[in-house]
Design a protein around this ligand. Structure first.
Ligand SMILES: NC(=O)c1ccc[n+]([C@@H]2O[C@H](COP(=O)([O-])OP(=O)(O)OC[C@H]3O[C@@H](n4cnc5c(N)ncnc54)[C@H](O)[C@@H]3O)[C@@H](O)[C@H]2O)c1
Length: 341
């Protein structure tokens, strides 16, 4: 039996039973886990995903829920598709995005088109055909840039260190603007690093942990750049609960809220933990490559007190358990995530 607070929260999630939900980026790490959980809550689930090979969308992420979701392979820049899918939607989880920081420096206009222009077009579509939809935008803590104090709360200045951060910041600002000016129920979650089964492990495009997981499972050495920087990791199922609680909490409307993980670890401690949980593995410490160092944010610790207070959310999956579950998943599904050509 749960506590009173827990059962109050679970009652809120009953709002998803029979609700029509659209998830953009629904075949990716967070989107697919959200779809799985919403299927359990009895929602009618529509997914929009472009399945571009450079991102984290993967059919394997949806293998066990294929019968319970409708996947529309379309780009978030396709406004006609958006208008069609948004009609009669109760909830929109807006997760489609270009996520690679390095790619955003090499192809800035693509990042602008997906993370910024398409976000505005999506909001215009909501205003036209679904003005009552409740929206959660997947924001990022990256928009704060290099912290000037720790832990970082929502009052910290915004000073992104890369193109992706600038465009995600603008995408978030459009969401909040549509709340303030048009009364649409939007909010943005500024997420820390999210990981877990379903993440891209082909390379480091999603985050550093993807390529670490791949290497340890291949029995190969992985590279640790620097090592002193502290970071938190949020297990994907905990991230999903944050999205679900945000969309049914009217108190979060119009706000940008931090969502951190558990305890912060140095990257060295994370590398050692991964090797220990795997039972074996090796890594080598290297200087940051120049192109990465220029856009690295250094130490980051999130203060997400406000989100916890407003929604009652807290992360439950600790690092050892989360890494263990990730390793276990990829041992069984490695070939669906790694192309060796
Ligand atoms: N995972 C993290 O650590 C993290 C941290 C902060 C913010 N976020 C944000 O959360 C969201 C989801 O991230 P994720 O970790 O699940 O990444 P992901 O790459 O696994 O998922 C993103 C999905 O968006 C899809 N997509 C990309 N471009 C698209 C386009 N033009 N049109 C339609 N679909 C498109 C991809 O195919 C993919 O399935 C992103 O917006 C990301 O910026 C993630």
């Amino acid at each position: 039996m749960g506590t009173g607070a827990e059962s109050g929260q679970n009652k809120r999630l009953a709002a998803y039973s029979g609700a029509r939900v659209l998830i953009t980026g629904g075949a990716g790490l967070i989107g697919s886990a959200l779809a799985r959980r919403l299927a359990g809550l009895g929602a009618e689930i529509l997914l929009l995903d472009s399945m571009v090979p450079e991102a984290g969308g993967n059919p394997a992420n949806l293998a066990d829920i294929r019968e319970q979701v409708r996947l529309n392979i379309a780009d978030i820049r396709d406004t006609a598709a958006l208008r069609h899918l948004l009609r009669d939607c109760d909830f929109l989880f807006n997760l489609a995005g270009q996520t690679s920081h390095l790619d955003s420096m090499q192809a800035p206009e693509y990042d602008l088109a997906v993370n910024c222009t398409a976000q505005l077009q999506l909001l215009e579509a909501c205003r036209a055909v679904a003005p009552r939809v409740s929206i959660v935008h997947a924001g990022t803590r990256q928009i704060y840039g290099r912290p000037v104090y720790l832990p970082v709360d929502e009052k910290h200045p915004l000073r992104p260190v890369d193109i992706n951060g600038v465009n995600k910041m603008a995408g978030e600002a459009y969401h909040l603007l549509f709340h303030d000016v048009y009364g649409i129920e939007t909010r943005s979650l500024r997420l820390t690093n999210v990981y877990g089964p379903g993440m891209r492990i082909q390379d480091a495009r999603q985050n550093f942990l993807g390529i670490w997981l791949r290497r340890v499972l291949e029995g190969a050495e992985f590279e640790l750049w620097g090592g002193e920087q502290r970071r938190e990791l949020l297990f994907v199922e905990d991230a999903v609960e944050a999205f679900l609680h945000a969309a049914v909490s009217r108190e979060t409307a119009g706000l940008a809220l931090n969502v951190g993980g558990g305890e912060p670890y140095s990257l060295l401690a994370l590398a050692e933990t991964l090797v220990r949980v795997n039972g074996c593995g090796e890594f080598v410490r290297r200087e940051f490559p120049d192109e990465r160092k220029r856009i690295d944010i250094g130490d980051f610790i999130t203060d997400d007190t406000r989100f916890r207070e407003v929604t009652g959310w807290a992360p439950y999956i600790g690092l050892d358990a989360g890494l263990w579950r990730s390793l276990d998943y990829y041992r069984r599904h490695f070939d669906e995530y790694v192309s060796r050509t």
